[in-house]
Design a protein around this ligand. Sequence first.
Ligand code: CA
Length: 509
Amino acid sequence: MRNLKLFCLGFVLLFSACESEELEVMPPNIVLFFVDDMGWQDTSVPFWEQKTLFNERYHTPNMERLAKEGMKFTQAYATPVCSPTRVSLLTGMNAARHRVTNWTLIKDSIQPMERDHPSLTFPAWNVNGLSPVSGDPKAVFAKPLSQALQDAGYFTIHSGKAHLGAIGTPGENPLNLGFDINIGGHAAGAPASYLGTENFGNGVEGKEQWAVPGLEKYHGKPIFLTEAITKEALVAMDSAVTGKQPFFLYMAHYAIHTPIMGDDRYLQKYLDKGIDSTEAKYASMIEGMDKSLGDIMNYIERKKIEDNTIILFMSDNGGLSAHARGGTPHTHNKPLSSGKGSMHEGGIREPMLVKWPEVTKPASVSAHQVIIEDFYPTILEMAGIDSLQTVQKVDGESFVPVLKGEVFNGVRPLFWHYPNEWGPSGPGIGAASTVRKGDWKFIYYHVDGRMELFNIKEDIGETKNLIEEQPEKAKELATTLTNHLKAVDAQMPSHKATGEQVKYPIELF
Ligand code: CA
């Protein structure tokens, strides 16, 4: 492209209308590299003020490379579980507004752990997920980010885990959501198997819902799912690059979600470190994911499209810690408390990196607070789409000014709302609503009205509940949270014993 520009510049004196005008408005390629269940400390890139033992344990050289070339965000947030985050990402809506507040799978049906809860009745949340068409009362109708980009001329590639709509609904298939290509994505939020030798779970009775679709050419082969979907993503990118069409790659890895299975390319070195076998497998899955990032970065360099390609790195919720891991539960995201499923930082704080050539300063760090719905307006702005008509109200705010090095004035509150049951128990886990404003964070638990107030700057591990010591601050945040819940018409659970709806937090002061 640089050569073409020079070519045009040579003719600009002769011709008033030069092809360079067209070339200069060629929108950037956008890679959204999205990892599943990756915690804030599941990397050798330190996102805290100091290096931790986890940063020593895990090996992610390509994330280090991306951090050196772009901007690192130390306070980036998602929701505590998969589907709410993914729907916020693709719609720009806060979870309380889109109402896909828990993970989706079966059409029109809540999960048994919600149905069988001892004391709460859960609201009729959008169990069918995201829908590109109106008319489903159990789905949120919205214009997906991928559709907006496709409409603007992007070649849109979905690779990996979708988990956006329930089985049998239009939203289960990325091709219905504005993607030109779908590699291995469907309704399920986890693969039955990561192994090509096990056909990624296909052909196993009882695993039909979880078997990864497509990818038949890798069946029976010794290849890890992470590698297979990366190879296919490179092929898809190549067709866009060859056709000189800007592309949007949503590289949505199944890794590092359960089932925790060893990636043989990396497993032995972690076993040799003396780490227990589950944690060694987990570390090998992280490194395989990181290799995928490196493969994509290498491809972009090789094709000489590096100057016009943006890479965003993000995860969809905190690292799993309540079950299925080696070692002590709720400690896998230290210094953060708890993990996936939790309103504590371990459940929602994510490793986030952005490289935007000639915009982000290399090796820069931002403490700006980002939440997952911010990606929607940000990516639209990156693509130069500035007058999009959406059916949904977009809650996110673009962080493009932050990427450009501009400083924000004022502090906006961030909100989380989970009127649901995840299953396992632990710190911060359970039906709850949360607000963070500045350094302060207030959590309200629906089951018993319990509240927590933390100063995140002073106490990142959320060890000191200041609810008694700082009643004025607690009341201020309870007001902010209540006003938000009312403004977006957030759904609340009810108490089984009385049938009464759970009170808003301010009503308890
Ligand atoms: Ca997840």
